[in-house]
Design a protein around this ligand. Structure first.
Ligand code: GLN
Length: 345
């Protein structure tokens, strides 16, 4: 693998000094169950009538979504779940799969290799940007936008395409703690209108960043985007990343604790595409959105919040999801950057 073009690493510390194990981890608990339950219900009621945003239609099947759908689930790192609204409604995971496939690939291939191949810096450009590749000498910038996600999916191990798909399906199902299923309708619909992703994959091949068949990579990537989830699934998938990579209910170590930490870092800086800075400023936690209207947000050591509502803002992030997550981040004390003054000595 190491003969391929490497992404520039602006901070070469890890490479020069070796990989550092984390020995102090963030701790703290969510407020008590009754408070969380009440807050989930209130947050639903406060935001259900918001009418801004547009349901995605560039994948024709997604346009059939009911713009009124709104579901919320908070899963604690110890496996409790609190839901309100349409938390049982299934939808396609879309770009949220990028975070979890990245985790699986990092776990299999290793931190440094993936970092040099894929990158961890924000593009400042939309998720399906071709220009971002050209502006960066053919490199992908990060795994949370399509170029880097296609390159990440191209690294999935397996000697056949069926084996590679099994790796993704089993891995994402292990994060969810149940067997996830493909939404055949969404998959077919995106495959019919997938020229842009195919072009991105071919462009990356021309630069040596994809070294297997770009058409098959695009197919595999589109499949991972078409898996069906609910907010209950997504919250528990996120809670696994909040819990050192161990599923809070099944107890399976899905990925290493170091991998979880690394995935959350890259989600924090790039998970909401060009709006990642605004997101971090308002919400203060790593998040990842998808065009079907899902968002997963992680409070390391505490748990994860998943929201679902199809109307999106111009960057492709769910409008109700952003507002509800911001509200809950404040009300439940989840912002990673908050502190209160210590007693003076
Ligand atoms: N932002 C997204 O969720 C994009 C995912 C979608 N499958 C695409 O590649 O266009």
């Amino acid at each position: 693998m190491s003969n391929h073009p490497k992404n520039p690493v602006l901070f070469p510390y890890a490479r020069d000094q070796g990989h550092l194990e984390t020995d102090v981890v963030s701790t703290g608990d969510l407020p008590e169950a009754a408070v969380v339950e009440n807050m989930m219900q209130k947050t639903y009621e406060m935001h259900v009538d918001l009418s801004e945003g547009t349901v995605a239609s560039y994948i024709p099947k997604l346009a059939e979504a009911d713009p009124g759908w709104f579901g919320l689930t908070l899963a604690s790192a110890t496996g409790s779940r609190f839901s309100s609204g349409d938390s049982q409604q299934e939808f396609s995971i879309q770009s949220i799969a990028k975070a979890f496939v990245y985790a699986l690939v990092c776990d299999a291939v290793g931190h440094e290799e993936v970092r040099e191949r894929i990158g961890v810096n924000n593009t400042g450009l939309p998720f399906n940007s071709v220009m971002a590749i050209e502006l960066n000498e053919g490199h992908t910038m990060n795994p949370m936008v399509n170029a880097g996600a296609l390159a990440t999916t191209s690294l999935v191990s397996g000697s056949t395409w069926e084996e590679k798909w099994e790796f993704i399906l089993q891995g994402l199902s292990a994060f969810a703690g149940r067997d996830l299923e493909l939404d055949e309708g969404v998959y077919a619909s995106e495959m019919e209108t997938n020229m842009r992703n195919l072009s991105i994959a071919r462009l990356l091949q021309s630069y040596g960043h994809i070294t297997v068949d770009p058409a098959r990579v695009t197919e595999l990537y589109t499949r991972q985007c078409s898996l069906r989830v609910t907010t209950e699934d997504l919250a528990i998938m996120g809670a696994t990343l909040a819990n050192g990579g161990v599923h809070p209910i099944t107890g399976t170590q899905v990925v290493g604790a170091d991998v979880s930490r690394d995935v959350l870092s890259v989600m924090a800086s790039t998970g909401m595409y060009e709006a990642s800075g605004d997101w971090l400023f308002e919400i203060g936690m790593p998040g990842k959105s998808g065009v079907a209207g899902g968002i997963v947000t992680i409070a390391p050591g505490k748990g994860s919040l998943a929201t679902f509502s199809p109307p999106l803002d111009p960057a492709g992030n769910s409008v109700r999801g952003i507002h509800a997550t911001r509200h809950l981040s404040h009300k439940l004390g989840l912002n990673l950057f908050s502190s209160t003054a210590r007693a003076r000595q």
